[in-house]
Structure formats: structure tokens, C-alpha cells
Ligand binder design. Structure first.
Ligand SMILES: NC(=O)c1ccc[n+]([C@@H]2O[C@H](COP(=O)([O-])OP(=O)(O)OC[C@H]3O[C@@H](n4cnc5c(N)ncnc54)[C@H](OP(=O)(O)O)[C@@H]3O)[C@@H](O)[C@H]2O)c1
Length: 277
């Protein structure tokens, strides 16, 4: 049997962690992005621009296409070029459809904002144009003509992603009221989940078309920032709302029923590993 061939298109933070994990397990991994000098061995680098009409190099057939590109700005043209046009381009450029396409999407497709739980069956009526573009991307995946699984990540944090920590270090905490639930997932769990789904598929287990990927504990953002301030020994001087979508709670029950066990089931475990690596 040949090695599992994986193409990671948009091989950034999550893609690289995934690529390294899969390569360690014996897969043949190619990572496509514009700045390939950032790709560590043994991920095989492929320089390409998903947003440009003639931006892709010749692509070899793969068993798994993981599309995990992220737009660098919220400009709608950039968003469309990366999430919609880029995905179409890679699918067209492959000499044969992959055994399965895995697309990373976002919980930004939900507009719920009354602290309600959302899962794979909840309505998606995004109130932002970027959310609608992500839904379009998901539709392209499901129409791709090969088995496809979409994984909607909540807010990703981990090594090198210091936005929230920087705010707390500056003495800022969200107000306790009104409550605003935040949902998050550690970068290593994002990679772990994608690897888990590929392993299930390789073993002939059925995969769902959609998984919500967020840790066990949606938590008010004020509580997360308060806890971080304690860990960092920072005195809070400013209470300021942190803008991050509607207040909802993301359920990971389907993912856990598939057998995935979170390495960082809540923000305390995950941030502890960031603060004390
Ligand atoms: N950030 C979050 O909290 C969050 C939440 C939910 C979902 N997600 C999704 O999770 C996935 C993984 O995110 P991440 O954190 O790994 O993102 P990331 O570290 O920013 O990586 C994205 C990769 O896409 C590549 N890319 C962007 N534009 C490209 C283009 N035109 N052509 C080729 N490659 C391009 C970038 O490389 P180059 O710039 O070198 O090309 C980069 O390697 C993404 O789909 C993202 O939308 C993120």
C-alpha cells in the first residue's frame, strides 16, 4: 500500500502542525503556500498563490486534500479569492479527485447571539459578508464531487497567537456584564482533530460532512481574561468589550462521539501550556 498522500493547501499554523503530525505517522505531506521558506521538513514545500488565476504549480494526485488557507485581511475580495476561488482552483488543478476533502471553516457562520448552544444542525444565517463567503466555501466543498468534511473551528489560540494575552498584559479585561461567551480551541487540537478524521477515514469509518470543533468549555470572555490576568500578575485598569462575534456556546458532542479526545479541553489547560511551555 502506498503512503498516504496529503496536500495541505494554505499550510500555515494549523496546517504545519497537522503536516508534521501526519509526516511523523508516515504520510507523504506537501504544503502549499506563498512563503514556503516557513515550511519545516519533512513537509514538502509547494510554492503557489491560491488567489491568482495562474498561481498554482502542477499538482500531483493526493489521497487527502486539506484546505486550510486563511485570508490575511477581512477585505471581501481577498476573502472570496482565498476561500472560494482558491478552493475551486485547487480542486480543478488536481489530476484526480482526492479520496476526501477536509475544509477548515469557522464558527463565524453562526449569527446566534443569545448565549444559546449551537451544533452542526443549528441554522447558519451569518450577519457578516465574510460569514456568507465561508458558507459559500463550505458549499463548494460539499459539491466538489468527492467525499468532503467541513470542520468549523472556533477561536484558535496557541503558541505565537498572543492577541488576547497582549490585551490582558495591557491591563484590559472585558466587562462581566453583559455576559459574552467565547469559544476557543488550541492550535494543537485543530491539527489533532484533522489528523483524527483522516485516520478514521483511512480505517474505513464513516465521517460526517460537518464537525464543530471547539473545546469543552465555552466561557464568558471576562472570566478568561480575569484568569489570565491572575496568571500573569497583571492589574486590570480598563474594562472594555472585546469584539468577537455573537455570544453563543459551541457544542463539540459530535466530534467527541467520533472518538476525539481533546488535548486541551478548556482554556486553563491550553493557556497554561502557552504560558509555561
Ligand atoms: N484564526 C482563527 O481563530 C480561526 C477561527 C476559525 C477558523 N479559522 C480557520 O482555520 C484555518 C487555519 O488557520 P491558521 O490559523 O492555520 O491560519 P494561518 O496560520 O494564517 O495560515 C493560513 C495559511 O494560508 C496561506 N495563504 C493565505 N493566502 C494564500 C494564498 N493566496 N495562496 C496560498 N496560500 C495562502 C498562508 O501562507 P502564505 O501567506 O505564505 O501564502 C498561511 O500559510 C483557516 O481556514 C482559518 O480561516 C481560523
Amino acid at each position: 500500500m502506498h503512503k498516504t498522500r496529503v496536500l495541505i493547501a494554505g499550510c500555515g499554523d494549523v496546517g504545519t502542525a497537522l503536516g508534521l503530525q501526519l509526516a511523523r505517522a508516515g504520510a507523504d505531506v506537501r504544503g502549499l503556500r506563498r512563503t514556503i521558506n516557513q515550511l519545516p521538513a519533512p513537509i514538502q514545500p509547494l510554492a503557489g498563490d491560491l488567489s491568482a488565476a495562474d498561481g498554482l504549480p502542477p499538482l500531483a494526485a493526493c489521497d487527502y486534500l486539506v484546505y486550510s488557507a486563511a485570508a490575511k485581511s477581512r477585505d471581501l475580495n481577498t476573502y472570496r479569492a482565498v476561500y472560494v476561488d482558491g478552493l475551486r482552483r485547487v480542486l480543478e488543478a488536481l489530476p484526480a479527485p482526492p479520496q476526501r476533502l477536509l475544509l477548515t471553516s469557522s464558527t463565524g457562520v453562526y449569527a446566534q447571539h443569545a448565549h444559546e448552544w449551537v451544533d452542526e444542525f443549528s441554522p447558519t444565517e451569518p450577519d457578516s459578508p465574510t460569514g456568507r463567503i465561508l458558507l459559500q466555501s463550505e458549499q463548494i466543498a460539499h459539491d466538489a464531487g468527492c467525499p468532503a468534511t467541513v470542520v468549523r473551528f472556533s477561536g484558535i489560540y496557541g503558541p505565537g497567537r498572543h492577541h488576547l494575552l497582549d490585551q490582558v498584559r495591557a491591563g484590559i479585561q472585558a466587562p462581566d456584564s453583559p455576559i459574552h461567551y467565547s469559544n476557543r480551541i488550541h492550535r494543537d487540537d485543530c491539527a489533532g482533530i484533522l489528523a483524527h478524521l483522516i485516520a478514521l477515514d483511512r480505517a474505513g469509518q464513516p465521517l460526517a460532512p460537518l464537525y464543530l470543533a471547539s473545546d469543552d468549555a465555552p466561557t464568558p470572555i471576562s472570566e478568561v481574561m480575569g484568569w489570565l490576568a491572575e496568571q500573569l500578575g497583571v492589574t486590570i485598569t480598563t474594562r472594555r468589550p472585546v469584539r468577537r462575534g455573537g455570544s453563543k456556546r459551541c457544542s463539540n458532542l459530535r466530534l467527541k462521539a467520533s472518538g476525539y479526545r481533546f488535548r486541551y479541553p478548556d482554556f486553563r489547560a491550553g493557556f497554561a501550556s502557552v504560558l509555561m511551555p
